[in-house]
Design a protein around this ligand. Structure first.
Ligand code: SF4
Length: 216
């Protein structure tokens, strides 16, 4: 079946700044229509760790930066506990525009999971970021990011916290890869459940820190 949208078309062999500028006018799928702006990745363009989330949330959509809302604050906390300096991490999303529905009452925008087609349409931006940054380790936060990179059969539930290979056709090098949950999955919990989920999430990030230390 033909894809529903043309998909993203990043400039070839471009650095992060050029990619970011080009992505501002992307119309590779329909998600640009209702969102405020493209939210491209952020961080050092020579980062050794690249983290991929699902898509920008409400705060990120307004501010134009990834992981600056509640999930980003939880990620900051977990990174610090795992001994990872956030300023040394390149953070991005599998999908660069916020997908949402309106709440029935009021004007609140509610997160809506991107479809497989939308994720595939946006994938060229993610691969271009990988090409430009060439990290030692890629950490996928949640199923959308993990499946965008490893394919639709990948299951975070069974593979989380494992150090795996990530071979992408045409990539300048093979990457090491680790999948864990999205921080928003921790935020949704409360009480002891939340603390346990945060401890497990932090433990996954510690494995990432160890993997980077070993690759020096
Ligand atoms: S979600 Fe991705 S492919 Fe779709 S319009 Fe936005 S940047 Fe382009």
């Amino acid at each position: 079946m033909a894809p529903r949208w043309p998909g993203a078309a990043p400039p070839e062999d471009a650095g992060i700044d050029r990619l970011r500028r080009a992505a501002r006018s992307c119309e590779g799928c329909d998600l640009y229509r209702d969102a405020t702006q493209t939210v491209f990745g952020d961080g050092p363009d020579d980062a050794r760790l690249l983290m991929v989330g699902e898509q920008p949330g409400d705060t990120e959509d307004r501010e134009g930066e990834p992981f600056v809302g509640p999930a980003g604050r939880l990620l900051d906390r977990a990174l610090e506990a795992a001994g990872i300096d956030r300023s040394q991490v390149y953070v991005t999303n599998a999908v660069k525009h916020f997908k949402f529905t309106r709440a029935e009452h009021g004007n609140r925008r509610l997160h809506k999971k991107p479809s497989r087609g939308e994720t595939l349409a946006c994938r060229p931006w993610l691969l271009a970021e990988l090409d430009a940054v060439r990290p030692d380790l890629v950490v996928a936060l949640g199923a959308t990011a993990a499946q965008s990179l490893q394919g639709p059969e990948f299951r975070v539930t069974t593979q989380r916290g494992r150090l795996l290979d990530l071979d992408i056709e045409g990539a300048p090098k093979p990457y090491r890869f680790l999948a864990t949950v999205h921080p928003s999955a921790v935020i949704r919990l409360s009480g002891d459940e939340r603390e346990e989920a945060l401890a497990r999430f932090t433990a996954d990030l510690r494995k990432a820190a160890d993997a980077i230390a070993r690759s020096r």
